[in-house]
Design a protein around this ligand. Structure first.
Ligand code: FMN
Ligand code: 173
Length: 363
């Protein structure tokens, strides 16, 4: 049987999941404009191949915050992997290890951060939302350090969870047997209940997320950890410059996969102004809509050090657990290497701005 393509995996996953879980994963906020535009943004760019270059030894390994990855890829933080497979995040950790990529595990993981670390063989970062209960946040930071996590990622595009019409229509709630394993059950109890017309996720976030935090609060987090701090959800050069001023160690350019501000710019559009606003050695990662090795090549050419991949990893996990998720990550690596070979850019430093051009408007 030929190896499945990314769209085969998506279809298989859809068949295996309930309609409500599928909608929670695939859906976006508002009219889902930003969700649709993420993939379209990549479709607007074309690669400029160079010829007669020695491509016999392509190399896509990359260093980020002191760790070497086999490919410039990571798993984006996503809540509740057990929604798609009973092993949840430990399977994803195993997959990331097999593929030699980074795993960013989420504060709303359904397995504990310690269980995930025990299953991992590569670098792990922990994603945080700023909870109203700061002592809960501080406890997570201490646990992440003790478990060997390599960085903390603060998601800054979610002072609230945006209205996601599919989840409201489905009155989406977490099944009783899936919990936010890292948090006090009392904190996340609302995820299991949805008052008419809302979703459990929205309700729960309203109760727990602190929408009052500003740049000056970052010092509180900085003072509590030796780990590098990464901001996820930055979309402007102005905020990238502020992040640098506040001592942030890396950035993830992201519109949250079209799940937060609808009509936000795509991460790919924002990338050049962000790269221009930060020192050349500060790692800038990007996520949203990356579905192939050519997408990765385009993002790197426009200045990203690495990409994060969200939904496709859950598709792989839904299809075949750790093996399925590893298959997705390895497919992306193979496709990236093929792209580097065929475009005459066998090393990542040669995937520069000269590698891409915008598609001609008349076509
Ligand atoms: C089901 C799901 C849950 C998510 N949960 C979180 C989360 O808890 N924290 C976070 O920062 N981002 C979360 N995200 C956003 C992802 O980290 C990422 O920004 C986005 O999915 C990337 O786009 P892609 O899915 O098109 O690759 C979630 C995304 C999905 C699809
Ligand atoms: O961040 C998200 O996209 C998301 O779905 C979520 C899940 C759990 C709690 C808060 C947000």
């Amino acid at each position: 049987m030929p190896l499945p393509t990314m769209s085969d995996l998506r279809e298989h996953a859809r068949e295996r999941l309930s309609a409500a879980v599928w909608d929670f994963i695939e859906g976006g906020s508002g009219a889902e404009r930003t969700l649709r535009e993420a993939e379209a943004a990549y479709a607007e760019l074309r690669l400029r191949p160079r010829v007669l270059v020695d491509v016999s030894q392509p190399d896509c390994s990359v260093e980020i915050l002191g760790d070497l990855l086999a490919s410039p890829v990571g798993v984006a933080p996503m809540a509740y992997h057990q929604l798609v497979h009973p092993d949840g995040e430990t399977a994803t950790a195993e997959a990331a290890g097999i593929a030699g990529v980074l795993l960013v595990t989420g504060i709303f993981a359904s397995r504990t951060l310690e269980e995930t670390a025990a299953a991992a063989s590569g670098p792990l970062w922990l994603q945080l939302y700023w909870l109203r209960r700061r002592e809960a946040l501080a406890a997570l930071v201490a646990r992440a350090e003790a478990a060997g996590y390599r960085a903390l990622v603060l998601t800054v595009d979610a002072p609230k969870v945006a209205v996601r019409p599919r989840d409201r229509r489905n009155s989406f709630t977490l099944p009783a047997d899936i919990t936010a394993a890292n948090l006090d059950p009392a904190l996340t109890e609302r995820s299991h209940r949805a008052a008419g017309g809302t979703s459990g996720i929205e309700e729960h976030a309203r109760e727990q997320f602190d929408p009052s935090i500003t740049w000056s609060d970052l010092a509180w987090l900085r003072a509590r950890t030796r780990l590098p701090l990464v901001l996820k959800g930055v979309l402007t050069g102005e905020d990238a410059a502020l992040a640098v001023e506040h001592g942030i160690d890396a950035l993830i350019v992201s519109n949250h996969g079209g799940r937060q501000l609808d009509r936000a710019v795509t991460a790919l559009e924002a990338l050049p102004e962000i790269v221009a606003a930060v020192p050349a050695d500060l790692p800038v990662l990007i996520d949203g809509g990356i579905r192939s090795g050519t997408d990765i090549a385009v993002a790197l050419a426009l200045g990203a050090r690495a990409v994060l991949v969200g939904r496709p990893v859950l598709w792989g996990l839904a299809c075949d657990g750790a093996k399925g998720a590893a298959g997705v990550l390895e497919l992306l690596r193979t496709e990236l290497l093929d792209t580097m070979i065929l475009s005459g850019r066998p090393t990542l430093d040669r995937l520069d701005a000269s590698a891409v051009t915008r598609r001609a408007a008349h076509r």
